[in-house]
Design a protein around this ligand. Structure first.
Ligand SMILES: C[S@@+](CC[C@H](N)C(=O)[O-])C[C@H]1O[C@@H](n2cnc3c(N)ncnc32)[C@H](O)[C@@H]1O
Length: 322
């Protein structure tokens, strides 16, 4: 395959590596030029298959099980950045339009909604363990065509082996307490030659003990809200998860989005990042300096903080060997 080398300097930074085909692309694109993946559906076939529910008791339940949080999550809608990432994810699925697609941890269907636009004869099956999220998606004012919901856990999928042509997981891998079990389970339910696309926020690869301590602190802050299973991955740890499970990994892209703004509004999980930064400033100045170097700077004034830096997301494709 011919070498591809795109280099445009705008807003977003993307680093793509096509490992098997030795195709190397490196492009810089404008996140804001790709907004508008939000679609309106008038006609719909909206089945609601709540196969089975899992009750683990309240101590295991994440905030996604809370109807008020589920509604608030959905109302946040799609920032330009999220729309751009969703467009990239849909491209990575390489669809003809007749595929059976698993939307793992579908939530309220924020990705399934624009994805449904690409589907002619196929179907999207959205699985989530949180009935509250499924319910918000089901009652949504913009129903999703070609979409069915199923309650289930990501590492115990209620489907037969070799069912799906495609699978994807968006903004959820870091919530899974058993990510290795999940990617193996997806491999099981994929057809041979089927594709699994993972989109997830990532942290920097730790290069020394300060990075390792910073990573521990970031995960600790997020676990207060999201529970003990929460863990940020790196691009290479996601690649390793997939290859260890038995996928071929033909493509890995890292998309970085710069920001320079008042407060963390519009930045996914931004509030917790700022919480971690402010705690580090008080408790561990060396880690705060590293946070500034690796992720973003912050300048507090009153209740507000000006933040400047960038967050990165991995878009990684795994293929089940034929
Ligand atoms: C941040 S939301 C993302 C939702 C959707 N994919 C999106 O991009 O908008 C994370 C979702 O993962 C779901 N989830 C977390 N752990 C899960 C598990 N083990 N099995 C199934 N769903 C899970 C949560 O209930 C929640 O709906």
């Amino acid at each position: 395959m011919a070498d591809e080398h795109k280099h445009e300097h705008k807003g977003t930074h993307e680093h793509g590596h096509d490992h098997n085909d030795h195709d190397h692309s490196h492009s810089h694109e404008d996140a804001h030029a790709h907004g508008g993946a939000h679609v309106h559906e008038d006609t719909h076939a909206h089945d609601h298959e709540h196969g089975h529910s899992h009750d683990h008791g309240d101590d295991h339940k994440s905030r996604f099980h809370d109807p008020a949080h589920a509604a608030e999550f959905d109302q946040r809608g799609m920032s330009d950045m999220r729309s751009h990432l969703t467009t990239k994810l849909i491209e990575a699925l390489t669809l003809k339009g007749d595929e059976l697609i698993l939307d793992l941890a579908t939530g309220t269907g924020r990705v399934a909604r624009p994805l449904a636009q690409q589907i002619k004869n196929g179907r999207i099956v959205g699985v989530d363990e949180a009935m509250a999220m499924l319910d918000v998606g089901h009652q949504h004012k913009e129903p999703i065509a070609h979409y069915v919901q199923s309650a289930g856990e990501a590492d115990k999928l209620p489907f037969k082996s070799g069912t799906f042509d495609r699978a994807f997981v968006s903004f959820s891998l870091h919530h899974f307490g058993n990510p290795a079990g999940v990617v193996s389970e997806v491999l099981r339910v994929l057809k041979n030659g089927g594709r699994f696309v993972v989109l997830d926020p990532i942290i920097e690869e730790a290069k020394d003990s300060v990075d390792i301590a910073l990573e521990a602190k970031i995960n600790q802050v997020f676990r207060r809200t999201h529970g003990g299973g929460f863990r940020f991955h790196t691009a290479s740890s996601i690649q390793r998860l997939l290859t260890k499970a038995g996928y071929r990994v033909p493509r890995t892209s890292v998309l970085s989005y710069p920001f320079n703004q008042e407060g963390m509004d519009g930045l996914p999980t931004g509030r917790h990042w700022l919480e971690a930064a402010l705690e580090l400033e008080k408790e561990a100045p060396e880690l705060a300096e590293r946070m500034k170097k690796n992720y973003f700077t912050w300048h507090s004034h009153g209740d507000h903080a000006h933040v400047k830096g960038s967050f990165s997301y991995a878009l990684i494709t795994g293929v089940k060997p034929a």
